[in-house]
Design a protein. Structure first.
Length: 395
């Protein structure tokens, strides 16, 4: 074991002199996480819009629209509503950017509603504020549906009472219809959110993606030793072949752990990432490093030269990163891609962090992601280490 540690220490000293290690292991993932966090919207900002309202009817029905739905969205903090006198004034407010859309109640609206005739509310919207316009249109449609329900109720009672009714009776029926509660209630049921914050996602996805480039250095040095002619000297030394392979693996493991620890710490304090429970993060990081080591060892030992191994590892790393969701959230991907993603360590690592984002998280929730990462690492690593031992013996 002492020989393996000596070999690992020698490899680490060589890698620390290589500036490309710092670029691939720390600078690149941290920089890309910071850039993505700035360029890609997080979706965490609350919606808010400004609307204009034009009442050309000046009736109780049009006033009810302002005092009812429009006031409700103001009190909910969804929008601000400003009353203007004319359509031209509403258009001017929209063109100036002071309002996203305007609702216009035409003259005769109230009489049309009471008389059972067609009545419309016009919506004027900014072409660059589609969402805000759609929301105002939905509010108007909801009010129109409520008016239609009241009108239908009044008409039903009028028909049952044998024909036309006097205005006082119609007003009484309308007030009763408005006061009658709906038989169907829609309530919000808040589901437990199992998804890490966007800043954490960018930091974690870049960390696991570049981990595959960091983890290859140890086993890749076997090919470098063979090219430089130093591998036969190691084999000739009074140490077993497994010590050489173990030393390379230990070097890769330490590089991976240190790189991930630096990224977790730096993204927490400099980017505001929220990784979660320290024990859970440690377990995920250890398992992810083992998975990355196993896959890169298996790929590297299939190559004949350093250049070939580096190229193959890069192809595998990029493919697994795309399939595993390192560049986009898999919740928005097709179902087939979401299923295939669980063949990759990336998806299991990110799922583990999603589990830790849940309020009811316990360490038991990480059992499956950690087991999957370890399984991938052990199976691929066993193949890679056996081939690496044969490479050392054959030299």
């Amino acid at each position: 074991m002492r020989a393996a540690l000596v070999i690992a220490a020698k490899d680490l000293r060589e890698r620390l002199r290589d500036r490309s290690l710092f670029v691939l292991a720390i600078a690149a993932p941290f920089g890309l996480a910071a850039i993505f966090g700035q360029l890609i919207p997080s979706g965490g900002e609350a919606f808010h819009a400004s609307y204009a309202y034009v009442d050309m009817d000046d009736s109780d029905v049009s006033a009810a629209f302002l005092n009812g739905p429009l006031t409700a969205i103001q009190e909910a903090g969804i929008a601000d509503v400003a009353v203007v006198e004319t359509i031209d004034a509403a258009r001017a407010v929209i063109e100036a950017g002071d309002a996203a859309a305007a609702a216009v109640v035409p003259a005769g609206f109230g009489e049309a509603v009471i008389g059972g005739e067609a009545a419309t509310i016009a919506i004027i919207g900014d072409t660059n504020a589609g969402l805000a316009t759609d929301i105002l249109r939905s509010v108007a449609e909801g009010y129109a549906a409520e008016l239609e329900a009241v009108r239908l109720s009044v008409a039903t009672v009028a028909a049952a009472e044998g024909g036309s009714l006097d205005p006082a009776r119609l007003a009484e029926l309308a007030a009763a219809a408005v006061a009658t509660p709906s038989p169907i209630r829609v309530v919000d049921a808040e589901a437990e959110l199992r998804q890490m914050p966007p800043t954490t996602f960018y930091a974690a996805s870049m960390a696991i993606f570049f981990l595959f480039f960091t983890a290859q250095f140890g086993i890749l040095s076997l090919l470098a030793e063979r090219r430089q002619g130093t591998l036969p000297r190691l084999v000739a030394a009074p140490i077993p072949p497994w010590s050489i392979v173990a030393g390379k693996a230990i070097g890769s493991f330490i590089l991976g752990i240190v790189a991930m620890a630096v990224l977790v710490t730096a993204s927490t304090f400099l980017l505001g990432a929220e990784w979660g429970d320290p024990i859970g993060v440690t377990a995920l990081v250890l398992a992810a490093v083992i998975a990355a080591m196993g896959i890169t060892a298996m790929i590297t030992t299939l190559a004949r030269t350093e250049e070939q191994a580096g190229g193959w590892n890069a192809i595998v790393a990029v493919t697994l990163g795309i399939l595993g969701g390192s560049f986009f959230n898999l919740s928005q991907a097709p179902e087939l891609l979401s299923r295939l993603s669980f063949l990759t360590p990336h998806a299991w690592f990110l799922q583990g962090l999603d589990e830790m984002a849940a309020p009811s998280f316990t360490l038991v929730d990480l059992a499956l992601p950690v087991a999957a990462l370890l399984g991938i690492g052990v199976i691929s690593g066993a193949i890679g280490l056996l081939r690496a031992r044969d490479l050392v013996v054959a030299r």
